[in-house]
Design a protein around this ligand. Structure first.
Ligand SMILES: Cc1cc2nc3c(=O)[nH]c(=O)nc-3n(C[C@H](O)[C@H](O)[C@H](O)COP(=O)(O)O)c2cc1C
Length: 381
């Protein structure tokens, strides 16, 4: 090995030491029941814990029932929802993994179809399944796209209660045992839709200038930071660019990151896109391996804050290279972890040449090492 692996070095953020720099990105499962996590989530996240990532995010979790993306999205808007999260956090901690959660409000994208039913606004076929629409709100009465529901423009009272909802959910996340929390400010959901001039055309203190468009995301972050203990890390996910003419730009992200840092945000998680249409990351230049890494690198360097890169990072050498070049402090893996939940364990073998299965759960590592010592693997003739 040419150098010590940075991917497998630990990192301390506030009072929490993350054992390696692989993060499992938040990924909606669209499988919650009335906002409650199901056994599915425990097993899905549990197998990722066994896979060896340093920190694992529970998917976008709504701070209000109306802030769910779909009928299958979970929430932490009431105390009864806490205990199903606790099963996951205690399992993660028992296996040396940091449990983290993303808090979100879907805003004008609330009430969508589950992706496999179309990933668009709810329609007749969904109503027949019992998935009825609910009214959504946003910064202005501008729909996501043609044909989508027109959101109600949020009043000052709506804004104040949203801030309280984020803070109350953060307190519930703490009770559930999470050690890190992320505010979802990306992908066209509510906070991003306040930032972007494409979706925010208000003419009060929450719209117009960049300062005004940043006001709500910053007020939410401030309230969450107060609710979330000082010794625990706070992340903020941005769409670093809208990727659409006249939209949110990287320079805006740099200013936002500096303001977030002042409020006590520790890591900027750099995604992109999503302001128009249904896809998570639409309208962004070329989707190629690591296409969002330059955003994380710019924010890290110019806003002087820790960053997490994400998006088409699939190879251990690629992940290692990003960290060696100091483009980000953490690397998040999404779909690749769905394809191979043991990706971090395999990456460790690739990068450290440690093939003694020492880092695998002992329930499997013991066997795998013996198999490796005793047998020849199948080789095609
Ligand atoms: C099934 C699925 C669900 C997702 N759900 C979320 C989510 O809850 N919150 C979020 O910020 N991003 C979500 N994303 C985006 C991922 O976190 C990640 O940023 C994106 O997939 C790019 O990383 P990848 O190329 O490693 O998959 C989701 C992506 C997938 C594939």
């Amino acid at each position: 090995m040419p150098h010590k692996s940075r991917l497998f070095s630990q990192i301390k953020i506030r009072g929490i030491t993350i054992p390696n720099r692989i993060v499992i990105s938040p990924m909606c499962q669209y499988s919650a029941n009335d906002g409650y996590l199901e056994l599915w989530h425990t097993i899905h996240l549990g197998r990722l814990v066994m896979g060896g990532a340093g920190l694992i995010f529970t998917e976008a979790t709504a701070v209000h029932k109306n802030g769910r993306i779909t009928h299958g999205c979970p929430g932490l808007w009431e105390n009864g929802q806490i205990s199903n999260h606790a099963a996951i956090t205690s399992f993660a901690k028992a296996h040396g993994c940091i449990p983290a959660i993303q808090l979100a409000h879907a805003g004008r994208k609330a009430g969508m179809q589950r992706p496999w039913y179309g990933n668009s606004f709810l329609a007749e076929a969904d109503f027949a399944r019992g998935d009825l629409p609910w009214s959504c709100y946003g910064p202005s009465a501008i729909p996501v796209d043609k044909g989508w529901p027109v959101p109600q423009e949020m009043t000052k009272a709506d804004i104040l209660s949203l801030i309280e909802d984020f803070a109350a959910s953060a307190k519930r996340a703490l009770q559930a045992g999470y050690d890190a929390l992320e505010v979802h400010g990306a992908h066209g959901y509510l906070l991003h839709s306040f930032l972007s001039p494409l979706s925010n055309q208000r003419n009060d203190a929450y719209g117009g200038s960049l300062k005004n468009r940043m006001r709500l995301p910053l007020e939410v972050t401030e309230a969450v930071r107060i609710a979330w203990p000082d010794h625990l890390p706070l992340f903020f996910r941005v769409s670093a660019v809208d990727g659409t003419a006249g939209g949110w730009q990287l320079d805006d992200t740099l200013l936002l990151a500096k303001e977030l840092k002042k409020l006590g945000v520790d890591v900027i998680d750099c995604s992109s896109g999503g302001i128009a249409g249904s896809a998570t990351a639409a309208n962004v230049d070329k989707r190629q391996p690591g296409f969002q890494v330059p955003y994380a690198a710019s924010v890290r360097e110019q806003a002087n804050i820790k960053t997490m890169s994400v998006g088409l990072i699939t190879h251990p050498l690629q992940a290692e290279d990003i960290l060696q070049r100091k483009q980000s402090d953490l690397v998040a893996i999404g779909r690749e972890a769905l394809a191979n939940p043991n990706w971090p364990l395999s990456a460790r073998e690739t990068l450290t040449q440690d093939n003694h299965y020492n880092h695998w759960p002992e329930q499997s590592g013991w066997w795998l090492e013996r198999r490796a010592l005793s047998s020849e693997f199948y080789k095609p003739k």
